[in-house]
Design a protein. Sequence first.
Length: 181
Amino acid sequence: MGNKKKEFSNDFDESYLGFPNGKVAQSIRKIISPSLSKHDVEAITIVLVSHLMIEEKINELIIKWLTIHLPKMGSKNKKGVQVNDAAHEEIEEYVKKMDFSKKLKFIKPLGTLLWSDDSKDIFNDFYKINNARVEIAHRLDLTKIKFGNHSLATEAGIEKFLDLAQHRLLNVSDLVELIDS
């Protein structure tokens, strides 16, 4: 019973696998790039998680858009799966494997309808967010990534990025609502 509790509790010095709490990420950071500060790691996390949230919302939008009017079929495929479920799963798998730029191109007509004159700037922001993710994934250099004339290596830069990412996530949510109506 004690081991089960240890697995789910944070009131101990080691993870359930025996790693010292708080040391795994610190050790990995030192191995990957010893020059990264705690702020750098926080900034990287914010960029990657924000991008992931936006991409997941775009996935939801595209999947809903493509599947909302699938014809209702009573038949099953050779594996015994309802044809509708199989089609939905196939679309979902395809969308999730698309690269971010293709997803943006796919939703651009819908975004242009909803955002009209602002759509060009909104889509440019999506590309800026994606470029920040790419720069981090390939170079881990926050100083070269700028938002609002501030480097992501600064608190002001990461705040500008986060504000922009939150606004763009809301924009995608508006598109999902449009599809739902």
